[in-house]
Design a protein around this ligand. Structure first.
Ligand code: FAD
Ligand code: SF4
Length: 573
């Protein structure tokens, strides 16, 4: 990975303790099937020489920052300790955005302090400790030797690789291990697998309706409130030339002393990592995350629905929540987020199309994606249905391209580590799909550029939803479109060097030639998909001489775009 640049600047911050009361009792009921799941790999046979040994060493990973984790059930402050680790390997196994590294470390340090304030014994490996050995494997082993606990306890990690690491350590040291369910999701891996049993394909819509009924969310006497399960027809608006009305950007959190120290550390130690810390303003504690939730509900939720697919230059967040990081780090629970949003509807603060659209994302997509991850891993990571093998172009890290849509979205990633769903799916994901980038490499790029990326959520979204690498398990057809879609849903094309209406010639929008080329080269695999019938009918209308020209142009573009990349290799190769 080569060096990428960085600068600095902060925003204002205010915190309201009353928010704790507001959300303190907002958990939805946890169903019996999500109750404690224990996996014991072995019993501890280490010599028990002294009585001062720890009973349980509770591992808390950086995306598990909640006092309500099941790993804390039965925690005894006199006999147990918590272990938290900042390790080099996790920040570099794929070169990661500086904001992502900083967010994890800052939130972990705030959480550790909160636990200490409550009297919990927290063992903490700081990244710059001189005896920090740099990986989970080595650090857990070091702390086991140091503290000689009787058992390891943890919550199911968000990454299959980390789960296997913990199991391997326990097996190698012949050590007791309990991996407990993550109660910061509504559906456990076992329950999802039960839902999937016997089904040839899994459709989000079926799962989502099952979840609505099961938890009684937006339901009225067994029927969806307002008489409809979804309001997609009302939710596909774009902005006119004048752009969006004034939108209040997400609440900005000024780094405190502890976060400042982390920012400094990351800028020094990970200066070669992508992205910039100039505008770091993410919530790093539960208190801040609750404020971010309230801010979204008050200022952006009402218009979330109609404009959820729209894009506009200079507006990175539009009406989106920017809550994915807080949710993924467990600073918020999906239960309380859903409950707060539904409450806003019941109080008349937000219309049903916005509230249902948002609930669908958290109750539907988020749980569905995680279910698929645990159902299909580890084989899932190898999937490459369309046999796409090109590397990710270097400009996907630097934004140095004449394609304005890509330039805008990647520039936004560099500064905020954030892009909203449609920018991910219908600009950057679409471009990688049409170009034919290796899907695992797209996932690695994703891990390296997005602040909210964790394996369980990035992999099925990238491989499944955006790159069709699983052959239609997550998405029933590839999200393949020409530049036309981007022109309709954004103003990017107005300021672009290329022309979205042309498919041939120097000024033709690259998405167009690549789109038709994508359909040609995958014809055997996709033509039979009834949802692609119209696209293939349109392809048939193209004269064969034009087809050849399109393919020649697409080949030139592929060569030109992939001349340079930053990822050297990926573990699956
Ligand atoms: P909003 O638009 O406000 O949506 C609300 C919440 O719904 C999000 O915070 C998120 O928790 C949840 N959500 C919505 N869609 C999904 C989804 N498909 N999968 C999981 N959760 C969803 N989300 C991540 O959290 N991490 C990722 O690494 C990630 N990778 C993605 C990669 C691709 C190619 C695509 C198409 C989507 C990906 N998503 C990922 C899902 C979604 O794009 C982001 O959750 C969302 O853009 C985050 O911004 P927000 O919080 O403003 O979301
Ligand atoms: Fe993107 Fe093509 Fe539009 Fe340019 S013309 S912004 S490359 S879709």
């Amino acid at each position: 990975m080569r060096s990428l640049p960085g600068r600095r600047q902060w925003g204002p911050s205010v915190c309201s303790p009353a928010l704790f009361d507001l959300f303190a009792s907002t958990s939805l009921p946890v169903p019996a099937a999500v109750e404690l799941h224990i996996e014991i790999t072995s019993g501890c046979t280490m010599a028990r020489k002294d009585k001062d040994r720890l009973r349980n060493l509770v591992l808390v990973f950086g995306d598990q920052l909640s006092e309500n984790l099941k790993a804390f059930n039965g925690f005894d402050a006199r006999n147990d300790a918590v272990l938290m680790m900042e390790v080099e390997e996790e920040a570099t196994y794929v070169p990661q955005h500086k904001i992502r590294i900083a967010l994890f470390f800052a939130a972990m340090r705030h959480f550790a302090q909160r636990l200490r304030d409550k009297g919990t014994n927290v063992l903490y490996s700081y990244i710059d400790d001189k005896d920090n050995r740099g990986s989970f494997e080595k650090e857990i082993t070091r702390w086991i030797h140091k503290t000689r606990p009787r058992k390891l306890v943890c919550t199911l990690p968000g990454d299959h690789r980390v789960k296997e690491t913990v199991k391997r350590i326990a097996a190698e040291l012949d050590f007791g291990l309990e991996i407990r369910d993550d109660n910061h999701f509504l559906v456990s891996a076992e329950e999802f697998s039960e839902f999937a049993r016997g089904k040839k394909s899994l459709l989000l819509e079926h799962f989502y309706r099952h979840m609505r009924r099961r938890y009684g969310i937006l339901m009225d006497d067994g029927q969806p409130v307002a008489g409809k399960w979804n309001f997609d027809q009302e939710n596909r608006q774009s902005f006119g030339k004048e752009g969006p009305a004034k939108i209040k950007a997400p609440r900005s959190f000024r780094p405190d002393e502890s976060t400042e120290a982390v920012l400094k550390l990351v800028n020094n130690r990970f200066s070669d990592s992508p992205g910039s810390l100039d505008k770091f303003d993410y919530p790093v504690s539960r208190k801040q995350a609750l404020e971010a939730l309230r801010d979204f509900i008050n200022y952006r939720l009402p218009d979330f629905g109609p404009y959820q697919d729209a894009m506009f230059e200079g507006f990175p967040y539009l009406y989106h929540s920017r809550l994915s990081c807080a949710l993924n780090l467990h600073l918020l629970t999906p239960q309380e987020v859903i409950k707060a949003v539904v409450k806003a509807y019941e109080k008349g603060q937000a219309p049903i199309n916005s509230v249902e659209g948002f609930v669908r994302q958290v109750l539907g997509w988020r749980e569905f994606i995680r279910g698929i991850y645990w159902l299909k891993m580890p084989e899932y990571a190898q999937r490459n249905e369309l046999q796409a093998e090109l590397p990710m172009p270097a400009f996907m890290w630097t934004a140095e391209t004449e394609m304005n849509c890509i330039r805008q979205c990647v520039s936004q990633l560099i500064v905020h580590g954030y892009a909203h769903h449609i920018q991910r799916l219908m600009v950057m994901g679409l471009f990688s799909l049409l170009l034919g980038v290796n899907p695992y490499e797209v996932h690695q790029w994703h891990l390296s550029m997005y602040v909210d990326a964790i394996d369980w959520v990035s992999l099925p979204n990238v491989l499944g939803m955006s790159q069709y690498a699983d052959g239609g398990f997550v998405a029933t057809k590839p999200y393949a479109a020409s530049g036309n879609y981007i022109q309709r849903m954004s103003n990017y094309c107005q300021n672009c060097f290329f022309n979205p209406r042309e498919r041939l010639g120097e000024l033709a929008c690259p998405f167009n030639s690549l789109y038709w080329d994508f359909l040609f080269r995958n014809q055997d695999k996709l033509e039979g998909n009834h949802r692609m019938r119209m696209q293939y009918r349109n392809l048939d209308r193209i004269e064969s001489s034009d087809r050849r020209k399109i393919q020649t142009r697409a080949d030139e573009l592929k060569k030109q775009f992939t001349r340079k990349t930053y990822l050297v290799s990926h573990p699956n190769k």
